[in-house]
Write a protein that binds this ligand. Sequence first.
Ligand code: XMP
Ligand code: MG
Length: 187
Amino acid sequence: MANSSPAFPHASKMEVLFSKSRIAERVREIGAQISADYAGTSIVLIGVLKGAAIFLSDLARAIEVDNTFDFVAVSSYGRAKVSSGAVKLIKDIDNSIEGKHVILVEDILDTGLTLSYLRGMMLQHKPASLKIATCLDKPERRLVPIEADYVGFQIPNRFVVGYGMDYAEHYRNVEDIRLFPEEAVGH
Ligand code: XMP
Ligand code: MG
């Protein structure tokens, strides 16, 4: 159907930053690293909806150590691409993480506000340990000091879509991570 909106250009027109195969390779490496670090234990992966859902599903299968997963949801940017700084929990974890080895799984570590808030929340539940895995890291955007323990790729301050990441909820299904055209981003 000829119904393509100019607001949502087709992903094939966008430059590929990380291909599907490069992402898969990196996820396998991180999975192997986590498997080594947590050998003989059991892990709870907590994904931040919705962006981290696809990374988490791949990462969980790349980890050989016994693992379960859960999800949280926080207030998001919506259509605007600039963080308001306010983070609100919309969906909490379903199961207790007290005494468990927890890894928070995020799509992008950007200003750090979301993960600092979530880390504080999770620590209140007294996990045995808490680490952070993020598919992408934009270090130059950081507003609060926080680093991830496992990083897929560091990227410059560019807006990306695909592999779970969206622009106004679109493009999450795109298999590569692509650069969203700057002129379409409402900074
Ligand atoms: P903070 O700033 O709290 O936010 O670290 C992290 C969240 O910001 C979103 N984000 C992006 N989403 N493309 C996206 O699709 C991007 O380039 C981008 N940069 C930040 C993302 O939801 C992440 O969870
Ligand atoms: Mg997100």
